[in-house]
Design a protein around this ligand. Structure first.
Ligand code: FAD
Length: 331
């Protein structure tokens, strides 16, 4: 027997997780499909230790704790959550859609696509020695601050993520140097102010030319001053954190039988978060509309809009009242 759901949510990042919770509140039989082995999307995979400041009601929370709280929120309803299952195809049929993953097929009335930017990977450092040092002295994220305790750290990059990482490491590391190829940082003015008020040593405008392990297991980073033909410098570090941003891969959608209208690889949605295919909705970082901001808070706002639209369209008898107090079981 094929498993059948009212709503299938594809992508278990913050937006997809909140949509699953909200669908559960409306008594929709819901499955949440996530290709990674853990829920949490970019927040869990890329910056679990970062302090997030812009989620309403939470003045400061780190990424890991935010996702933990969202996981707890999901336990209130009997949802089906499948991790380690990438959706490889979606096909329309008379009853709705067939959703194919590497583990088989399921049937669903409606879909919410919450795949963010698809599969994401850090933009690599491509200088001599980088590949051999990757995963040893050279890393692309900071999954555990404790691994940097009392270490000499260099962070390379000029955006918010690089500044975030430098500031996050400052209290635990022995010293932190932030290296950028331009004199100006691209980060938010507030972040740049925090950086200049910190003990992080700022080294600009420098580029990494080469990295090589030392006899003591550290990393020698050879730098070149941008604009100068000759000026070079060397720094020995325990860890080099490269924060050059992320590349994303949208192949997930390209392989589906269903063809969703896109602009610049982002799914076009209406005000009700519906895509060009009736019955398929989309939310989170993977969508575009005038004024769209790729933020956690935006995805949280889009999730109830998509769920309510689906309930109105397909299950009007279960649409229910607006507020959570009237929807959750009362004690
Ligand atoms: C370094 C960094 C710092 C950031 N800081 C902040 C911040 O301070 N505040 C803020 O609001 N935002 C911040 N953001 C942005 C924020 O992380 C995103 O807006 C948010 O993660 C988007 O959530 P999402 O659920 O739409 O997508 P994602 O978090 O990208 O989750 C999408 C999920 O879908 C899964 N998926 C993809 N394809 C498939 C498939 N075919 N089948 C099954 N699953 C699939 C992916 O594995 C992923 O888990 C930051 C981003 C980065 C990179």
């Amino acid at each position: 027997m094929t498993e059948t759901y009212d709503i299938t949510i594809i992508g278990g990042g913050p937006a997809g997780m909140f949509a699953a919770f909200y669908a559960g509140m409306h008594n929709a039989k819901t499955q949440l499909l996530e290709s990674l082995s853990e829920l949490g999307g970019q927040v869990n995979a890329l910056y679990p230790e970062k302090t997030i400041l812009d989620v309403a009601g939470l003045p400061a929370i780190n990424g890991r704790d935010l996702i933990k709280a969202q996981r707890e929120q999901l336990t209130q309803f009997p949802l089906t959550i499948k991790t380690g299952q990438e959706v490889t195809n979606v096909t329309a049929n008379e009853a709705g859609f067939t959703v194919t993953t590497d583990a088989g097929t399921t049937q669903t009335t409606a879909i919410i696509v919450a795949i963010g930017n698809g599969a994401f990977a850090p933009r690599p450092l491509t200088v001599p020695g980088a590949e051999a040092a990757t995963g040893k002295q050279l890393v692309y994220s900071v999954p555990r601050l404790a691994d940097f305790q009392d270490q000499t750290v260099m962070v390379a990059g000029g955006g918010d993520a690089a500044i975030d990482q430098a500031l996050m490491l400052e209290p635990v590391a022995k010293s932190v140097t932030l290296l950028h190829r331009r004199a100006q940082f691209r980060g938010l003015a507030h972040m740049v102010d925090l950086l200049h008020a910190s003990t992080v040593a700022v080294k600009t405008p420098y580029l990494i030319r080469e990295v090589a392990p030392t006899a003591t297991g550290q990393l020698k980073v050879t730098l070149k001053e941008v604009g100068s033909q000759t000026a070079t410098a060397e720094q020995i570090v325990d860890k080099l954190v490269v924060s050059y941003g992320y590349t994303s891969d949208h192949h997930a959608l390209a392989g589906w039988d269903i063809d969703l209208a896109e602009t610049r690889n982002l799914i076009n949605v209406s005000q009700t978060m519906e895509t060009s295919v009736p019955g398929i909705y989309a939310i989170g970082d993977g969508v575009t509309y005038p004024g769209k901001q790729p933020l956690i808070a935006t995805g949280y706002g889009e999730a109830p809009v998509a769920v309510q639209s689906i309930m109105t369209q397909f299950f009007p008898d279960r649409r229910g009242p607006m507020h959570s107090t009237s929807l959750t079981p009362q004690s």
